[in-house]
Write a protein that binds this ligand. Structure first.
Ligand code: ZN
Length: 197
């Protein structure tokens, strides 16, 4: 389990970037919420942002699949985060894969200002390819945590998000009706069955 190197910066404020990534149903958002809640217990000021595109559950809440809700601000572009940031010690960003590439600059700017930035997102899209700004965020982060789901086919650790439908839009929101978590082997098998069928 990830433990913060320090929660409070008493002498000089030094920020950093953490990335929590993995497939669908891997518990990324739960891990983001866990870290944010620890900061709240330490009396730190927290802000959470998510892209306006992801309104699956509720407009102003980061809601994970187990309904562990936390209040968040939906923004249209990543630069809006810099405009809206108000002295929070900790900034959480959920579903970061849906943001534009400016999110990298945004995270670096916040960290430079002394903010602890916690970014959660899908590392791969439904084709198993790196998703949006996630690879760059993982590269610039001080700490990267990959979380895994369980493969619905074989029960091994799952790293991939398999899309059950045939849509080829990179952004297709949904959960258990649209996607399932699969290991690399079962993902590849499913993909080749799709092209055959
Ligand atoms: Zn499997």
């Amino acid at each position: 389990m990830f433990l913060e190197p320090k929660l409070k910066n008493t002498t000089h404020k030094k920020g950093w970037i953490e990335v929590v990534c993995g497939s669908m149903f891997s518990g990324k958002t739960e891990e983001l919420i866990r870290r944010v809640n620890r900061s709240r217990i330490a009396n730190l000021k927290v802000e959470i942002y998510k892209p306006a595109i992801d309104t699956r559950y509720h407009d102003t809440e980061v809601v994970s699949h187990n309904s562990n809700a936390i209040e968040s601000i939906a923004v249209d572009s990543s630069l809006t985060i810099l405009l809206m940031h108000q002295n929070a010690d900790v900034v959480g960003i959920d579903e970061a894969q849906f943001f534009d590439n400016e999110i990298i600059y945004v995270c670096e700017t916040l960290a430079q200002k002394g903010v602890r930035v916690i970014v959660a997102g899908l590392d791969m899209d439904y084709l198993g390819k790196p998703f949006g700004p996630m690879p760059s965020l993982m590269a610039i982060a001080e700490y990267v945590t990959k979380v895994n789901a369980i493969c619905v086919v074989c029960g091994d650790l799952a790293t991939h998000s398999f899309r059950k439908s045939k849509s080829d839009n990179q952004v297709l929101l949904g959960e258990k009706d649209v996607y399932e978590a699969r290991c690399r082997h079962c993902f590849t098998e499913g993909m080749s069955n799709k092209t055959k069928g």
